[in-house]
Design a protein around this ligand. Structure first.
Ligand code: GDD
Length: 346
């Protein structure tokens, strides 16, 4: 049930607007007639704004230089933009990279989020904040299904950072009455996903194999299971969270787990390739049944120091309070990613 209908034009500030979620959220807000201000770190060059150009919204956004690591930067942008709504997506978003860059991960994702909450607390006009939390905050599995009330036990620098921001969001609500809602987001993908994430890496490389541009490619942990949704489905729920009378936390997910190996199989199917798996561990290979050629190998270089199993998600709260249910299933998501890669990556 929605309590507030954002019919009048609002100023929406999106941190991390050049990323997948920021781009789709900007499109969602613009479609509803709102003013969108995009915070960007560094220069706005053509290899960074490709998502916004693909969505045809690049020229509709007001860009402001914003670096969440710099306290003055966030203060200046927030004073100039005077947003009604802030969607905080800016972060070092790769779990894998967080092992290499724990300090940078914590600075941007942890202290950066706190600076946003601090602004919302002191803002002269009321300001609602969405904080992108992550399923990585659950860490080691303790319950069969994980909900907003589950125990959090992160073990990666990324997960620990996201938990800091998540708990701070709750502290700001309880201590100062600040409107901060969080989405505990399980994996969400799209054609606009970065190629450092496993789904895009698979669809891009499988398309290249299909075209005969490469013979094979390597992955890490094929047994890793993830709950993959479409980012567009999440954006709808995220927007609805800021329409509620009260801030809250919501788990967003499809409720289904699939392994990396299964993701490869679905992608192969979308391209008309039949794949068979042989061998074990680092010797495992995916073979194209039609040609007998190896198309997927395992390279331990892509293993993580710690790769906790993802739990099953309990999304009943989002369904009940937001009236949310996803429109995409995994094959439909993969089909869209493959079609995009067939058109773009030559
Ligand atoms: N990136 C990558 N590359 N991952 C691989 C590879 C590979 O070659 N091979 C296997 N994997 C496995 C990883 O070990 C992991 O278990 C799984 O694939 C998914 O990895 P990513 O796609 O990098 O995503 P993630 O689950 O670590 O993190 C994403 O989801 C989180 C929500 O659960 C990111 O979007 C985070 O920002 C997000 O919070």
């Amino acid at each position: 049930m929605r309590d507030i209908d954002m019919k009048s034009s609002q100023t929406v500030l999106i941190t991390g607007i050049l990323g997948q979620d920021g781009s789709y959220l900007a499109q969602h807000a613009l479609n509803r007639g709102h003013r969108v201000v995009g915070g960007i770190r560094g220069e706005l060059c053509s290899d960074r704004d490709w998502r916004l150009r693909h969505l045809g919204i690049r020229e509709d956004i007001e860009f402001m230089s914003l670096d969440l690591i710099q306290p003055d930067s966030i203060d200046r942008v927030l004073r100039q933009a005077r947003p009604d709504l802030i969607f905080n997506f800016a972060a070092q978003s790769s779990v894998g990279d967080s092992f290499k860059f724990p300090l940078e991960t914590a600075e941007a994702g942890g202290m950066g989020a706190l600076r946003v909450f601090e602004h919302a607390r002191h803002a002269t006009k009321s300001c609602r904040v969405f904080q992108a939390s992550s399923s990585e905050i659950f860490g080691d599995i303790t319950d069969s299904h994980h909900s907003e009330d589950s125990f959090f036990n992160p073990k990666t620098p990324y997960g620990a950072t996201k938990l800091f921001a998540h708990i701070m969001a709750e502290a700001y609500r309880a201590s100062y009455g600040t409107f901060v809602s969080t989405g505990i987001l399980f994996n969400h993908e799209s054609p606009l996903r970065g190629s450092n994430f496993v789904t895009k890496k698979i669809t891009q490389n499988m398309v290249a194999v299909h075209r005969g541009e490469i013979e094979s490619f390597s992955l890490g942990n094929l047994d890793a299971k993830r709950d993959w949704s479409h980012a567009v489905d999440f954006v709808e729920a995220i927007w609805a969270m800021l329409e509620l009378e009260q801030p809250n936390n919501f788990v967003l997910a499809s409720g289904r787990l699939h392994s990396v190996r299964e993701f490869v199989n679905f992608t192969a199917e979308a391209l008309g390739i039949r794949i068979e798996w042989t061998g074990e561990g680092t010797d495992e290979r995916g073979i194209n049944v039609a040609t007998g050629r190896t198309i997927v190998t395992v390279n331990p270089e892509f293993y993580r120091p710690y790769d906790p199993a993802q739990p099953l998600a309990d999304t009943r709260k989002a369904q009940k309070i937001l009236g949310w249910s996803p429109r995409y299933d995994l094959p439909k998501l993969i089909q869209e990613m493959v079609e995009f890669d067939l058109q773009t990556s030559c």
